[in-house]
Design a protein around this ligand. Structure first.
Ligand code: PCA
Length: 326
């Protein structure tokens, strides 16, 4: 096509002539959760920040809700270089190493301050384990505290016996077993269908996931326990990271630090607003009975002991560092 004066003028008007000459790196980023979930919104902002800081040279496209790779495949996809960057729920890796599961033990760290101290204590070990797989950790953001969703009010833990329970990692599976429930693994996006078809009748998750799955359509009671704050992590394939220019690497790390701080704030802020949204949509928001609180606390103690047993010296070191950071 001949470049006429008119098309040149048009191109200039559209800004095409002011585009940076630098080569562009386009990264596809698989994430597990939907677009309205605050983690995904935080990551979208992170991608915008990186694009802006690099003058468009590093362009991250977020593929949310498991649309590029399913949650279970994201970590290996990034490890193998099929995707350069991705997000997962950290505790999904507990089968590889119990260190990844520290944030999913009930009542070990059940406030933002404690969750932060636990993350300070466990981050070096998590970073090292990921680095061994050619993955570089960028940032971690917790979900709001995990609470109980039931079809009806339960004050006696014996009423939980035999109830089918939606689990999202091995820790929630173990918790269900201890409480006498029957766990089934269900991805966050499949929660409504799992309840609608009767596969599950109870769950423990954040008010965020309660709202994004419209829990009021299939449960009636939210018992506010806030027992643990599991984290999502964002990591990059280390070879892909090393292939970036020094400026791009710095921009990515800077945006990651900003996203981590912003994500923790978003998480804490939405704890109350999303509990209010559950109530606004007709759910009964209640606090656990003494008997329920005692049963959950006992389960937490059992799981802490079991985790320490499995995690060995690494677990002891994390708990010592956690106590020091508190
Ligand atoms: N939401 C995710 C993990 C923890 C949470 O609050 C889920 O339910 O799958």
């Amino acid at each position: 096509m001949t470049l006429t004066l008119r098309s040149l003028a048009l191109a200039a008007a559209m800004g095409a002539l002011t585009m940076p000459a630098a080569a562009q790196t386009a990264w596809d980023m698989p994430t597990p959760y939907g677009d309205t979930v605050f983690h995904t919104m935080n990551i979208a902002q992170f991608a915008d920040d990186v694009r802006e800081a690099t003058g468009g040279a590093l362009d991250i496209t977020v593929h949310s809700a498991g649309s590029l790779f399913g949650h279970a495949e994201i970590k290996d996809s990034v490890r193998r270089g099929l995707a350069p960057i991705g997000e997962i729920l950290l505790s999904r890796l507990s089968n590889e190493n119990p260190v990844f599961e520290a944030d999913s033990i009930p009542f070990l760290a059940d406030s933002y301050a404690d969750a932060r101290a636990l993350w300070t204590a466990s981050r070096p070990a998590v970073e090292e384990l990921l680095a061994e797989q050619g993955l570089t950790l960028l940032f971690a953001v917790p979900w709001p505290g995990q609470s109980l969703y039931l079809t009806e009010e339960v004050t006696d833990p014996a009423a939980l016996q035999g109830v089918s329970f939606r689990a999202y990692n091995t820790a929630t599976e173990r918790l269900a077993q201890i409480l006498g429930m029957t766990p089934t693994q269900v991805e966050a996006g499949d929660i409504p269908t799992a309840f609608a078809t009767g596969r599950v009748a109870a769950m423990m998750t954040s008010p965020s996931t309660g709202v994004s799955s419209q829990a009021w359509d299939f449960t009636n009671v939210y018992i506010d326990v806030q027992a643990w704050l599991p984290k999502n992590v964002v990591f990059v394939n280390t070879d892909a990271f090393n292939a970036l220019s020094a400026e791009e690497q710095a921009a990515l790390m800077e945006a990651a630090a900003v996203a981590e701080a912003r994500g923790w704030e978003m998480s804490e802020a939405e704890t109350a607003t999303q509990i209010a949204a559950l109530a606004d949509n007709g759910m009964t928001v209640s606090t656990p009975s003494d008997a329920m609180a005692a049963a959950l606390a006992a389960a937490g103690e059992t799981m802490t002991a079991e985790w320490l047993e499995r995690a060995g010296d690494a677990g002891t070191a994390i708990l010592e560092a956690y106590a020091a950071a508190q």
